[in-house]
Design a protein around this ligand. Sequence first.
Ligand code: SAM
Length: 385
Amino acid sequence: MDNQSNDFLIAQRLYDCNFYEEAGIHYLKALISSKNDVVSILMLAYLYYRFGLTDKFNEIIRLIDSNRLPPVGLYRHLKVLQSGKMLKLQSDFCGDNNLFSKDVITNLYKTYLPEIKSTGLYDDKDFFEKSITRHFDYEILYFFIRLLRPRHVIEFSPQHGLSTVFIYKALQTNNRDFTFATFDIVDSPEFYERMKGYDIKLKITVGDALVTIPDYLKKNGLVGNIDLCFIDCEHTYEFAQQYTRKIMPFLGDNTTYIIHDMCYCPEYPLTRIFHYGDASPNSICGHAGSYGEAECLRMFFKRQKGYRFFLTHKLFGGFGLLSPKIDLNMDLINHLLSEVDGFRYKISNKPNHEDRKIPCLLIAMPENVCEGISSYKVVTRSFLR
Ligand SMILES: C[S@@+](CC[C@H](N)C(=O)[O-])C[C@H]1O[C@@H](n2cnc3c(N)ncnc32)[C@H](O)[C@@H]1O
């Protein structure tokens, strides 16, 4: 391994252990041995910002600006932080069907968490032990499949099948006829082990999803009929561009998309985040590993009229994987801890701890589908009274 990538990896590891100053030194070393390491530059800028070294922070941003890096991912977030006057609490809320309100989320947890517990999913090590708050995403995925009761569902891609079991168990519990197919370029033995553990007879359709999904839709008469599509695949801009052209147009006008690894970056710097409600498509952003895909989807969904957007990163908050830094929504977390039997929230006792595996699910839902479940809000209100 060359010096540059070695230093970069050491820096990342130190950063993950909260040794920020030591990490900074290795980011610098990585930079000295390579002129093109954008992530090291961005991380250094972020660390300067964090330690209040504004001049150095601004200097780096000027340098990056002069190289005309497109404002994506962490760079976009740094530009937002730099852009001056912080706004007071502002709602990034675009409509009146507030599916991500405190009441509705509490009711979803109260209604469906006991089901997750009864399926055995709750005790799956990969679900809870391996992450601090990312389990929120699998819970919300399950809740929305129960709430929407979709009939035709696809997923790309399952890998070891953790998302797959959440989708499958929710569909089974809906007690309605359904079709579900999952697509991956590799066939993983761990997938089949997991399915066996949950008594699910499901096979991966192996191959490039850009080819296998259109084929599957045609063969099964499902073109235009997919109610829900879960996406957690290759996170590059190029791949997202391909799937928005070769897969999405054949799914349907009323398809709900649930997409993993999408973060929230408010359009303006805010002194406090308004966590509840939906978000504008402009605020869809990636983390270090997914900023390409997020940029493509941001543009795609801006053109897509009649959709509403909900982000678990906005709802719960958090900072990790070099996402934008969003305050934790302790108002919601404390409320769920006191109201919902079995709700879990792990707190690390490490100093300066920040969660590395943040909630980052995007739900893009057609307006008419949202309206179809607006009665849920009314039910919730009376349920909680
Ligand atoms: C992040 S993992 C999925 C994790 C899974 N959803 C979970 O929650 O457990 C991404 C997967 O995308 C698959 N993949 C990458 N490119 C693909 C392509 N062109 N077609 C199908 N699958 C692909 C990879 O093999 C990998 O298994």
